[in-house]
Design a protein around this ligand. Sequence first.
Ligand code: ZN
Ligand code: ZN
Length: 281
Amino acid sequence: MIVVELSVEIIFLGTGGGRFSMVTQKRRTGGIRIISSKSNIHVDPGPGALVYSIEMGLDPRKINGILVSHAHPDHSNDVAVMIEAMSEGTTIKRGVLLASTSVLYGNDVCEKVLSKYHQSIPSEVYEAKIGFSMVIGDLEVKVCKAVHSDPSTIGFRFRTQYGDFAYIPDSEYFDDVEEYYGGVRLIILSVLRPGGKPWEGHMTSVDAAKIINKIKPEKAIITHFGMHMIMKSPESEARWIENETGVPTIAARDYMKVRFGKSIDFSFMEKQMDLRRFLNY
Ligand SMILES: [Zn+2]
Ligand SMILES: [Zn+2]
């Protein structure tokens, strides 16, 4: 009898971050898809989330959860269309939306992103406040701290049968990072800039190394690269972080797939769909 090990798949439908990566699509900005036997969750649906999902054969109508870390467009632009996909084109009430206060209601700095109409479509809508946790399918999601120019920004920690992994979106380093992310086996960090190019509210490779040194995960992934980072080579920055921390660190690439099970493995997906054929032109 062949025993297939069930694992959680984490697929990068984009590894770009910030304005210039986004508007040039030098790196895609579709966000991250997390798929397990009962969960199909889209995290941070930036521009291209819908189109790149279709291109990769990851039917956006199959998602049962959408998580949005903050209101900036490289994280939230496609949230309405992903809700429409999740609800069979709004014909049924379906799925969970867990989104920052700024996305749902706005705050002092950001207008709200999502209309009342789109907030009425998912079966369940939750405001992502630090400390809140819930189960989507077979994954427990916990809302964790981040420090960014949108003051409602939050990160997400996922509990699986193989242990935890977490995603820190745009954020600067903060001292109590361990309290929220300590003990994860895998950390996904949004490293917009290389070392030596700090920018308030964002992470450089130096900050990433500080975080990794504090939480000591089994492996780390860096993603959400801005133009400075892309020009400098995310791979060389990942090697630098790995040397500083001793933790194996991978620079994500568009369409990278991580298998999170007993081991943490990396591969790349092929495009599944010729979009022009799919769209009949
Ligand atoms: Zn961003
Ligand atoms: Zn941001």
